[in-house]
Design a protein around this ligand. Sequence first.
Ligand SMILES: O=C[C@H](O)COP(=O)(O)O
Length: 253
Amino acid sequence: MRKKIVAGNWKMNLDYNEGVSLFSEIVNMVKDERKGDQLAVICAPFIHLNSLAKLGGTDVAIGAQNIHDKESGAYTGEISAKMVKSVGVEYVILGHSERRQYQAESDELLASKTKIALANDLKPIFCIGETLDERNNGSYFEVLKKQLVHGIFSLTEEDFRQIVIAYEPVWAIGTGLTASPEQAQDIHAFIRSEIEANYGFNVADDTTILYGGSCNPTNAASLFAQKDIDGGLIGGASLKSRDFTDIIKALNS
Ligand SMILES: O=C[C@H](O)COP(=O)(O)O
C-alpha cells in the first residue's frame, strides 16, 4: 500500500535559528496529527539538516533540496549524497522546476542525480511539471512523459520503488493559482498509467504521487480526496507551523 506524505520544501528561507525553532514547533504539532503510516517530511537548506535530523525523531523525516551527481571530488561549493545521508537525511528533492529553470538542470543530469541518491540510500522526491505555455498549447502530457522517461523510467523496478513523484505545475508554484482537484487528478492518473505501462500495475499502485503548487490548508483536503493524489509537496505554507500541520490534518479528512 502506498504511503501518504506531506513534504515541506523550505527552499532558500530561514536562517539557522529560525529553522530550528520552526522545526521544533512542527515536530510538536505533527506528533498529535500524524496517523498510521502517514509521513511528514521537511526538506530544508543544507545548514539545517544535521540539527533537524536529530530533532525529528520518528515523526518528521528530513529531506535535502539537492545533491551533486558525482560521489565526491573537486566540485567546489557542492554537497554529495553521501554527505547528507551521513547526517540522517532520508529524502532528496530532485527535478524541482526552480532548479530546472535557474540551474538549467536537464533530464539527463537529473537521471544521474537520481542514481547517486539511490546508491546512497536516499529516497528521491522527483518533481515533474509543465509551464503555463505548455499547458495552454496542449503539449503538457508529452512534456510530463518526457520528464518521466528521461529522468526515472530507466531505473530497475527495485530502485523505482524508492521514488516518490511530485507533480508540480510550474504555473501554480508560489503564484496562488492552484490546479483544480480535477485537473490535478487528471495528471496524477496519467502519471500512474505511465508507471503501469513501464513497471506494471503493482508498482504503479504502490507509487506515492504528491501534488505541489500553492497547496494550502484551504485547498488541501479537496486535492487529497482525489484517488491518485497521495499528499503534497508544500512550499510557502510549510513555513508556518499551523498551516503545515493543518495540511497534514487534511490527509485524514
Ligand atoms: O516545492 C514546493 C513547490 O514549489 C510549491 O511551492 P508553493 O507551495 O509555495 O507554491
